[in-house]
Design a protein around this ligand. Sequence first.
Ligand code: FAD
Length: 438
Amino acid sequence: MRYKIKELSFLGKPLQKNTQYVVIGGGIAGLMLGFFLKKNNVKFKLIEQNNTLGGLLKSHHSDFGLAEQAANGFIWCAEMQEICDDLGLKIALPRQISKARYLVRNRQLKKFPLTALETIKMVGKMMLPHPPTETIADFGEQYFGKAFSQQLLEPAFAGIYGADIRNLSFPGALSTLANILNKSSLLPLAMMKMRFNAKKNPNTSKKRQTSGTHGFTNGMSEFVEALAKYLKDDIELNVDGRSLKDTKENLIITTPAYVASDFFEGETKNILQKVRYTPIITTTLFFNRSALGQFKDGFGCLIPRNENLQILGVLFNSCIFDHRVKDETIVSLTCIMRDDSENLSLLQQLDLDIKNLLVKELDILFDISEKPLYYHIFRWEKGIPLYSPTLYKSWFELDDLLNTNYPNRNLFGNYTGQISIRGMSQSACKAVSSIGTF
Ligand SMILES: Cc1cc2nc3c(=O)[nH]c(=O)nc-3n(C[C@H](O)[C@H](O)[C@H](O)COP(=O)(O)OP(=O)(O)OC[C@H]3O[C@@H](n4cnc5c(N)ncnc54)[C@H](O)[C@@H]3O)c2cc1C
């Protein structure tokens, strides 16, 4: 086998029948897990240290429109549909005008950024078999060549993980593709198999709605609030889960890794403490549409590092969903930046300086003639877990350590194998539905 793949992004002994659990952490991972536990009549309580739920997820409302502090939506899957159907929540579909996606090259928005020659070279490389690769950067260079890697792969992964592809594990961040490449080292064949498998899977074919990012009319908080209401009798707020660190009860720890480490000793603690997070700043800005001379409708644009801009990508919120702005005369843009500095100097800049930097860069892309009407900045020193080759290896090590030394503890969250809401909903469902079948 070329790549070792973990079937489940849920670490530790499989969940057991007739067992009570304590879920630590009321972020979206803990809440979705709570949903499937409750639905399957597994006894549990959920403990959250804050007096609110949702963790990273929160929607902020202003006079001009809505700003998400983390995820702005999710990719549709049967598990998310199941949760929403049971909660009576209507999923908001993406607007038609969000179909176009752009990449920036030479400071201009393009639907496909490669030249004809670069495309021919890319296709040539793609047709050949290649040895296994450790990082996404290696994968990109081997299978598609330098231009594709720099202009497409690097900005695409920076948009999802906030990270540099040289630091992202290929089997860790692209596990489905890596698993398919285990069956054929020829990428076109592997991709055909992937499509064929997706069509065969009733969860991804029949019930599938539209592609693209889905959301909720009132933002991601609507999802969190509906889950909180469904689980209200099972949740205790304002309790630090670490007060249970010496308990013999069965704990499912869904906090970030740097908090989870406090529940363990020795090598397990050590591995969790070493999980790195990428510092991220997201800023939502509202402009009069008439102030953007060059704006194009679409989902957003991704910006490769060789453009020498700080912004990694811009989401065109008002194009993606209805009700993101007060009215159609306003445009809402969310800019994502990563702080690569040693001393987190970007993260510490004043709001005004960050706003000015963003407006200057947005002006290059969209020809801006007026100040933003309003802006909202969210800073995450430990924003997104870095899916590095070290993190990828740690899933197997942690699984072994938990099974051997901590059979009554599980780890689950956005650093255990699936970073997205879609991926975590699928893992939570699978982890619970495996009860009794092993
Ligand atoms: C800027 C940004 C944009 C994103 N965009 C998208 C997107 O568009 N689509 C998508 O699918 N994903 C997106 N993501 C990823 C997704 O939002 C996160 O992976 C997800 O919200 C993380 O959920 P979590 O429950 O694992 O962690 P968290 O949200 O961090 O939740 C952990 C919870 O544990 C609690 N906790 C911590 N310590 C304790 C303790 N001692 N005792 C009890 N409780 C404790 C915390 O208070 C928190 O509620 C984005 C992430 C970021 C940062």
